[in-house]
Design a protein around this ligand. Structure first.
Ligand SMILES: [Ca+2]
Ligand SMILES: [Ca+2]
Ligand SMILES: [Ca+2]
Ligand SMILES: [Ca+2]
Length: 438
């Protein structure tokens, strides 16, 4: 179970402005490792990417991705799930040695190494339960339009809503329809007002073809279709007809934001003429129809921030090195990415050596990844507090004004000037919370 990071949306961070930070990457200096295997704790390695004492930027070991035979080599760590507008900032040091550097690649694709930020479906951010008003049933009068409405507020973390016009039909234990067979239900004049605005639905009166806006659902021949002439429309000339022996209806998705008022209504009608299931009254005592909303948590951003050429380039981001970079020096790599509005993802941090032809070694050390504007202060272990555990790292990361960033400093460098100095210490100390869970 991944920890859920509660998202507090604050004015977007600007360089030079003090911003709060949460460190979400564990063991980024690779100092904790299994002595029998050389695999660093909290990391999943591939192609024998193990700790090394050959060259080190912080502590006693780095991690070596040896691109020896054209296979990708590296390691990754799944961190936390976040939703839209969260800023993700990664920093890592990489070195390729003059004794076995990244090769130029010859006629083939030049090999590349670097850090990646990969997006997977969010974990632990579950959509809020659906809400519904199924007020139309066998007791509703026939041959007149009845209004069914649902008035609610968009729940937290929600970025989209699926409006559902539905006829809910019970079945017997074998999944067969229950007698008496029901007649269809007709729908017209659907209205969705978000924060009191104009109708947010496309084709709300079914005057146009349904394809591309309303999606029919239902099994066993049940479903929703556009209909004219069977009943007089409430608006225009066409209505939606939901029919068949099983639960069926039509859906349409709209973008929403948490906290917005959500006022949905639609007109429902059944008819006295004809014979079920194609006509006749909506008569089954257990059947009911109405409006429903299913809440949707954000979509996963695409594509990943990768080391392959021209992969989702981000302004201000340098996340890859190749044969043209100097050898035997630690080169800083960064990814500075803000999750798009309406998105959500589990964030995977990856180091990687590969892509292209040839072989070469790359060492990595001092890998940090922070979220900004999630926690007001310096939360070094993503547990939602700033306590003495967090303070213990401040002393280690202190570098003084202009002193550069030591490993562990990224979560404390609130003014983003690449040091941890007295102003960063003041910012941090004034935001002590004590332990969130004693
Ligand atoms: Ca290290
Ligand atoms: Ca209509
Ligand atoms: Ca903490
Ligand atoms: Ca600073």
């Amino acid at each position: 179970m991944k920890r859920i990071i509660p998202i507090v949306i604050v004015a977007s961070a600007l360089v030079g402005t003090a911003v709060s930070r949460t460190l979400v990457l564990k063991n980024g200096s690779f100092e904790d490792f299994d002595p029998n295997t050389g695999i660093p704790i909290s990391w999943i390695e591939f192609s024998n990417t193990l700790v090394s004492t050959d060259v080190v930027a912080d502590g006693a070991v780095s991690i070596l991705a040896d691109f020896a035979n054209g296979a990708f080599a590296g390691a990754f760590q799944d961190t936390v799930s976040v939703s839209g507008n969260t800023r993700v900032f990664q920093r890592c040091l990489a070195l390729h040695p003059s004794s076995d550097p990244i090769p130029p690649g010859g006629a083939g694709t030049p090999p590349t190494a670097g850090i990646k930020l990969e997006f997977f479906p969010p974990q632990g951010i579950d959509p809020a339960p659906p809400e519904e008003n199924l007020a139309f049933d066998a007791n509703s009068p026939v041959d007149v339009w009845e209004t069914v409405s649902l008035n609610t507020v968009v729940p937290a973390d929600t970025t989209a809503a699926r409006v559902v016009l539905i006829s809910f039909e019970e079945t017997d234990p074998n999944g067969n329809p229950i007698q008496p067979i029901n007649g269809p239900v007709y729908v017209d004049s659907v209205s969705l007002s978000i924060d009191g605005g104009a109708n947010a639905l496309v084709n709300p009166s079914f005057e146009s073809t349904l394809s591309g806006n309303w999606n029919s659902f239902g099994s066993g021949g049940s479903g929703a279709i556009r209909n004219q002439f069977e009943v007089p429309a409430d608006d225009g000339v066409a209505v939606l007809k939901i029919g068949g022996d099983f639960t069926a209806g039509a859906t349409q998705e709209v973008s929403v934001s948490a906290g917005q008022t959500f006022d949905l209504s639609a007109k429902f009608r059944s008819r006295s003429t004809g014979t079920p299931p194609n006509g006749g009254p909506y008569q089954h005592p257990a059947a009911r129809a109405g409006v429903k909303v299913e809440w949707i948590v954000g979509s996963v951003p695409q594509p990943n921030i990768d080391i392959v050429p021209n992969a989702n380039p981000i302004s201000g981001t340098t996340n890859a090195i190749d044969s043209t970079d100097p050898t035997d020096v630690w080169i800083p790599l960064t990814i500075d990415y803000t999750m798009p509005a309406g998105s959500a993802a589990l964030l995977r941090a990856t180091i990687l050596n590969g892509f292209g032809t040839g072989s070469g070694k790359v060492y990595y050390d001092s890998y940090e990844m922070v979220l900004t504007n999630v926690f007001d202060g310096s939360d070094t272990d993503a547990d939602g507090d700033e306590d003495l555990h967090d303070m213990a790292l401040l002393q280690r990361a202190y570098s003084g004004s202009g002193g550069g960033l030591k490993f562990g400093g990224l979560v404390f460098d609130h003014d983003e000037d690449d040091d941890v100095d007295d102003s960063d210490v003041s910012f941090t100390l004034s935001r002590m919370t004590g332990p969130a869970t004693p």
